[in-house]
Design a protein around this ligand. Structure first.
Ligand code: FAD
Length: 485
């Protein structure tokens, strides 16, 4: 099993960046800084964002197998019934469902399974794949469809559990639901409303924890002023999960092809032709599962309909019992604070603190160092007793937003027999596997689970088109200001 194959490195100080992620490089052999190798692929971020550099210091690389299976890249001209681009949770889940139904399916990834956000996230399995408030969802799409969406979010958490149980995955699960924390005294007033909103959605109780009682729950921080715990979701090791899905997809009969960047998708005789550096794949149906790593040209019908945004994570060294006691933070609940530019964090099973944040716009050496410094400053403010506890890992990756702020799983406009699942707004550990299952349902023409109409609508194009990233500094500045008010 995945857990037994884990390549666990000994604890130690932060290693030089070049030597840190050898296991990963070996696993996916992604040395080429330009996955498309000269083809005209239009992506939004600096080329560095699409290399291994942002995951050089990734904690989850410790869990990659030592002797990974290295299927060869696509060569020659091949055929499949369904071609999937992207081997993250979305593509793998779609592949599992389709292969289970007897469909001949091939999954192409520019790198390998879990190279994207699915192998670099915080592992928080929870609801929240839309960035619209509930009232706005009901107002815009109607109460009935809004309810189907909430049902889908709940079903998405259940699907992750189903996969874990069915494939017997060892994913280091912990946390009972999640805890939402007020980042300021002013935000405390909204906690009950937040809890009630979720009660209304799911008919579940929430637990309110006033600041005075937080230490008794092992949640002590001078920067946090009250909490609600919602009994939905849990935390897991995202790398173990993606490796588990990879094995399951293979066993189900899906073909997984690594190191095969698709540079363009052509149409010939009612079929899609996916072109890679050394070969091509022809398929009747195409599924785009590339989320934050999408390109405006693969396929161009999706251009400007998504917006990748960076998310960043630091992981400390293992905390000693005395250090945990000094801070008064001993809970293994997964947590999110109430900032618009939120922090997400959890004490990992090996007693390291994982601490994530959004908000950097550029991807270059300087911005990565600046974001790490900002993450560390926020961490020190929230956990002052751990100021001297070293950061051992820091990495980043791309999540994906849509213009409508709700996820998309539906037909790609203007491209027959082609579907996409993307835009999980940073909650894709839960919604991406579900999106994959929904994509399979669309291909198979079945209705196996809640699929709200609001998710089937093609997202509108961002007004700024290929310059849409330019809106982010303003948005971050605005949200940062509101968080400080
Ligand atoms: C730092 C970080 C923290 C996060 N934390 C959480 C969290 O705690 N909880 C949560 O729910 N969500 C979290 N997320 C979001 C979550 O990880 C994603 O929503 C989810 O993994 C998306 O899965 P995916 O399969 O759709 O895409 P990805 O996992 O990003 O996979 C896309 C794949 O497509 C491939 N690809 C792209 N273009 C091509 C091409 N042209 N040809 C071939 N292959 C291509 C890439 O190589 C990549 O492997 C986080 C994300 C990040 C980056």
């Amino acid at each position: 099993m995945v857990g037994r194959q884990a390549a666990i490195k000994a604890d130690g100080g932060r290693q030089p960046a070049q030597t840190k992620d050898k296991t990963h490089t070996a696993a996916i052999n992604h040395a080429d800084p330009s996955p498309q190798r000269g083809a005209q692929v239009t992506r939004l971020y600096e080329p560095l964002a699409y290399t291994d550099r942002p995951i050089q210091d990734r904690y989850w690389s410790r869990f990659l197998p030592q002797d990974p299976d290295q299927p060869p890249p696509l060569t020659g001209h091949q055929q499949a019934e369904v071609a999937i681009i992207g081997a993250g949770y979305t593509g793998l889940s779609a592949a599992i469902q389709l292969a289970d139904a007897g469909v001949d399916v091939a999954v192409l990834d520019a790198n390998g399974p879990g190279w994207g956000a699915s192998g670099r996230n915080g592992g928080l399995v929870s609801v929240g794949s839309a960035k619209l408030e509930d009232a706005r969802i009901r107002q815009t799409y109607g109460a009935a469809d809004a309810q189907v969406f909430f049902d889908a979010e709940r079903a998405a958490v259940s699907l992750v559990e189903t996969y874990i149980d069915r494939f017997d995955l060892d994913v280091d699960r912990h946390s009972r639901g999640y805890t939402y924390l007020a980042h300021s005294p002013a935000a405390v007033g909204d906690l009950h409303a937040y809890g009630r909103e979720y009660s209304d959605r799911y008919g579940l109780d929430y637990e309110y924890i006033p600041k005075a009682e937080m230490p008794a729950h092992g949640l002590n921080s001078p920067d946090l002023h009250g909490a609600v715990t919602l009994p939905i979701g849990f935390a897991l090791n995202p790398m173990k999960f993606v490796l588990g899905l990879t094995g399951a997809a293979r066993r189900a009969g899906a073909r997984l092809v690594h190191n095969s960047p698709v540079s363009r998708v052509e149409q010939h005789d009612g079929q899609h032709l996916l072109v890679t550096p050394n070969g091509s794949l022809r398929a009747k149906t195409l599924l785009i599962c590339t989320n934050g790593y999408s390109a405006d040209t693969v396929p161009s019908a999706l251009a400007a309909r998504y917006l990748p945004v960076q998310s960043n994570i630091l992981v400390t060294r293992t905390l000693r019992e005395a250090e945990l006691a000094a801070q008064g933070w001993t809970s293994d609940q997964m947590c999110v604070d109430s900032r618009r530019l939120l922090h997400y964090f959890r004490l990992l099973p090996d007693r390291r603190m994982l601490f994530g944040l959004r908000g950097s716009v550029r991807v270059n050496e300087r911005s990565m160092r600046a974001t790490e410094a900002r993450a560390r400053a926020d961490f020190d403010r929230m956990f002052p007793a751990w100021r001297d506890v070293e950061t051992e890992y820091f990495w980043s990756g791309l999540i994906c937003l849509t213009r409508s702020l709700v996820p998309f799983v539906g037909p790609i406009p203007g491209l027959a027999q082609a579907y996409a699942g993307l835009g999980f707004h940073g909650s894709g550990v839960t919604m991406a596997p579900y999106a994959g299952a929904l994509l399979a349902d669309l291909v198979l023409g079945r209705q196996a689970r809640p699929h709200p109409d609001l998710m089937k609508r093609a997202p509108k194009r961002f007004e700024l088109g290929r310059w849409r990233r330019g809106a982010l500094p303003l948005a971050f500045a605005y949200y940062g200001l509101r968080d400080r008010m």
